[in-house]
Design a protein around this ligand. Structure first.
Ligand code: PAP
Length: 346
């Protein structure tokens, strides 16, 4: 089997404030490098730190150090890379269902009782070498399904694609206006109560300046886009809006790219439609596991599964952003992404 189907946890959400304590007590003492790094205002913690041009939470930086020092990729690994709120949960479900489609029936599928993040974990979830989860990662079956929000430029050399690489990355991106709205809604729910309220105006300003987890958004998209242009066999570049418009075509492409192409017989039997239906917003968001359970990202970071499913539509920004905000975001997008043609309908 590819991926995991772990048991559910039941806790309440904890804030990133606690993560800062974790960093200071980490055995490798990465905290020592913090004093010299630029800091910016955090969305759900007091601050983010800028590391090699990208903004990370202190915990995110700690996780990066762990990945750089300990993670050993396998040639068969399948990575899902994304900026937060671009469609990660959905794509995790689609990849998991595609790769494991001969193993599970659609009436008793693991995705009916486990959240996509449980089946397709974040690499950062395996934080400490002496954690049992580290062994789980090492012992997990091939191909491993692992995801990351890290920008391509921050990945360890061992994960960077070259001519002899056989691992695959799927990257998803989305209209930054919807990313901002989705992210602000999500993080507002998780923001510790001790911190003052965080307005959409404030989030907008920070997002435009690039100060948001794993941002600047546009730089992250460009990093993966460049790598995908150089190594299209290894990095598939997908757009949330295309997935919404043509899910069947995108899933077929995904199967082909991952080395699990759909046969004519499967297509005739409606297997692609079944996968799309199983992973649809309507289906996943109404499942009991996604309405009532929580996902454990790490030892003390838990999130209600329902927060991963808000509206699941294209263009909610029209209901939330002012004309000025729209204009400014479109301008940044066109300045940064016009060259490679990675634009969106306004
Ligand atoms: P993450 O980075 O925290 O994992 P991610 O899954 O990337 O979040 O993005 C969540 C967005 O995808 C939400 O968008 P919204 O806030 O604009 O509604 C969520 O609703 C949407 N989403 C989740 N599952 C699906 C799905 N099956 N189909 C379409 N959109 C989905």
């Amino acid at each position: 089997m590819a991926g995991f189907v772990p048991s559910q946890q039941s806790h309440t959400i904890s804030g990133e404030q606690k993560d800062i304590d974790l960093i200071q007590t980490t055995d490798e003492n990465h905290g020592e490098i913090f004093p010299n790094l630029p800091t910016g205002k955090g969305w759900m913690s007091e601050h983010l730190v800028q590391y090699q041009g990208f903004w990370l939470s202190p915990k995110g930086l700690n996780n990066l150090m762990w990945i750089q020092h300990h993670f050993k990729p396998r040639p068969s690994d399948i990575f899902l890379a994304s900026f937060p709120k671009t469609g990660t949960t959905w794509l995790k479900a689609l990849v998991f269902a595609t790769v494991n489609r001969t193993r599970y029936g659609f009436s008793d599928h693991p995705l009916l009782t486990a959240n996509p993040h449980d089946c397709f974990p974040f690499l950062d979830a395996y934080l400490h070498e002496n954690d049992p989860s580290f062994l789980e990662l090492d012992a997990s079956p091939t191909p491993r399904l692992l995801s990351t929000h890290l920008p391509y430029a921050l990945l360890p050399d061992s994960m960077i694609v070259n001519r002899s690489s056989s691992c695959r990355f799927v990257y998803i991106y989305r209209d930054p206006k919807d990313v901002l709205v989705s992210k602000w809604n999500f993080l507002s729910k998780l923001r510790p109560k001790e911190l003052p309220p965080f307005s959409l105006e404030e989030a907008f300003e920070l997002f435009c300046q690039g100060i948001s987890h794993y941002g600047p958004y546009w730089d992250q998209v460009l990093g993966y886009w460049k790598a995908s242009s150089e190594f299209p066999e290894n990095i598939l570049f997908l757009k949330y809006e295309d997935l919404k418009e043509q899910p069947l075509a995108v899933v077929k492409r995904l199967g082909e790219f991952l080395g699990y192409p759909f046969s004519l017989e499967e297509e005739n039997k409606g297997v692609v439609e079944d996968i799309v239906k199983l992973c649809s917003f309507e289906n996943l968001s109404n499942l009991e596991v996604n309405r009532k359970s929580v996902h454990k990202f790490s030892r003390d970071s838990l999130v209600d599964n329902r927060h991963f499913f808000r509206k699941g539509i294209v263009g909610d920004w029209k209901n939330c952003l002012t004309d000025e905000m729209i204009k400014r975001l479109n301008q940044i997008t066109s300045d940064k992404l016009f060259g490679p043609g990675l634009l969106f309908d306004n």
